[in-house]
Design a protein around this ligand. Structure first.
Ligand SMILES: [Zn+2]
Length: 455
């Protein structure tokens, strides 16, 4: 019987991950992510899926980041009623990230309508906070490392992927074939997250390639943080950190707590976590202690003397506060969220620093600033960028090229075919060549909407 795989997202791009498997008229979707970044990509979120969501037997999520989970509310809104399988931590994190995504989309639509800059009148949200809350009822937690039977006869197993709390590599056995979906692969020897685990074998592999053409710097992140933050506050500036609520926010809090404890940063330096979502995510992180590496005392130190700003009024007060400080705020690629207000206020002043902590997808404000843009567009107007810009790639939650290869080498024998996904074209293609040259694997870089039969 035919097993068919269709790349509905995350092919030729890092966002929108959606991989459809079809067997004997049953359908399973692995990941259900939003497209982000370039406008042509974001517009794809508005296209109907080639299959009705109601026809899906089940959905499986590798992890909670929106480019892997953020389409779920729309799938439910458009008729999907089946189970969604994910790890327990992913389920908890989706409980925070998805409603927030709906809220942000409602806000953006309102904002566009008020200022009249949208070409769509009225601008509509892709889905609302309520839509997202309804989608959460379909999530089912599955433990790591246990086989689980899915409706339709498939069997599922989650392996640890590192990356962020709850992140998994998915092994799916269906119709006598095993397909591995790497999900986002994390780092080896990360202070917070466990090492990624490679499946022993699989007939087919979909492997991410976000950093497939790059190596991360090997410098000690604490040396750089001490230097960058220290210099900025010494000249009376503020450090703005656009950070993913889940993942690097907790790493940053960990490093800053250690720097303060070692008196490498002033203990009195105010640190604000200005993201209700990041505050909730940090609580979830502290709760799922078996899924990360920090001991109890280090977990408590995470939020030791961090100021939480929950309300948007407090956030605006914080924007106006002239005291040198560190503000960690979402979103990580400055595509939306409260960090925009801070950027509007702090980006034009050369005393300040904007510190990115991970991959900046093409077309995002983050990518533009890291590439040296002198101005960025937000809320329909241009904001000059004169602040110092850094991207500390060693803080990334993604494996770099060498770590991706190390992960791939963990297979006892090569998969029959490997699909290099979740990378911008240059990264995916460079990594495909690397896998062919170093491991002699059969690899292709699939295109958007491409279909393949898995023999
Ligand atoms: Zn991710």
């Amino acid at each position: 019987m035919e097993l068919k795989l269709t790349f509905l997202g995350g092919a030729g791009t890092v966002t929108g991950s959606k991989f459809l498997l079809e067997y004997q008229s049953k359908r399973i979707l692995i990941d259900c992510g939003l497209f982000q970044g370039f406008k042509e990509l974001r517009l794809r979120n508005w296209d109907r899926l080639p299959i009705p969501p109601a026809s899906l037997t089940a959905i499986v999520l590798t992890h909670a980041h929106l480019d892997h989970s953020g389409y779920l509310p729309l799938a439910v809104k458009n008729g999907f009623r089946g189970p969604v399988f994910c790890t327990a931590a992913t389920k908890d994190l989706c409980g925070v990230l998805l409603p927030d995504s709906g809220h942000l989309q409602e806000q953006d639509a309102q904002f566009a309508n008020r200022r009249g800059y949208s070409k769509h009148r009225p601008a509509l949200p892709l889905y609302t906070e309520d839509d997202a809350s309804r989608a959460l009822d379909f999530l089912h937690a599955v433990p790591f490392d246990q086989a689980m039977s899915l409706p339709g006869g498939a069997s599922l197993r989650f392996l640890r992927a590192g990356h962020i709390l709850g992140a998994a590599t998915v092994l799916l056995e269906w119709g006598g074939r095993t397909i591995a979906f790497s999900g986002d692969i994390g780092r080896y020897n990360d202070p917070l997250m466990p090492d990624p685990v490679t499946p022993r074998e699989a007939d087919y592999l979909l492997i991410e390639s976000t950093y497939g053409d790059r190596s991360h710097e090997r410098d000690d992140p604490e040396d750089l943080l001490a230097q960058i933050i220290g210099e900025t506050v010494a000249r009376g500036g503020t450090v703005i950190v656009p950070a993913f609520a889940v993942g690097r926010t907790q790493s940053l809090l960990y490093h800053i707590a250690r720097l303060k404890a070692a008196a490498r940063l002033p203990r009195s330096l105010p640190v604000f976590l200005d993201s209700p979502m990041a505050i909730d995510a940090t609580n979830i992180f502290q709760r799922h202690s078996a899924d990360q590496k920090l001991k109890q005392d280090a977990l408590h130190a995470l939020d030791g003397d961090v100021h939480y700003t929950r309300s948007s009024d407090d956030s605006r007060v914080l924007t106006a506060n002239p005291v040198p400080k560190v503000i960690i705020s979402a979103s990580g690629m400055a595509t939306g969220g409260r960090v925009l207000h801070h950027l509007e206020r702090y980006a034009p002043d050369p005393r300040n620093t904007i510190l990115f902590t991970g991959f900046q997808a093409g077309g995002t404000r983050g990518a533009a600033m890291v590439a040296g843009a002198e101005r960025i567009k937000m809320y329909g107007a241009y904001v000059p960028v004169r602040a110092e810009i850094h991207n500390l790639s060693m803080l990334s939650a993604h494996a770099d090229r060498d770590e991706l290869l190390r992960w791939a080498r963990g297979f006892a024998k090569p998969p029959k075919a490997t699909f290099v996904i979740h990378g911008e074209p240059a990264a995916a293609d460079t990594f495909r060549l690397k896998l062919q040259e170093e491991l002699a694997w059969q690899c292709t870089v699939p295109g958007h909407a491409q279909q393949v039969l898995l023999a």
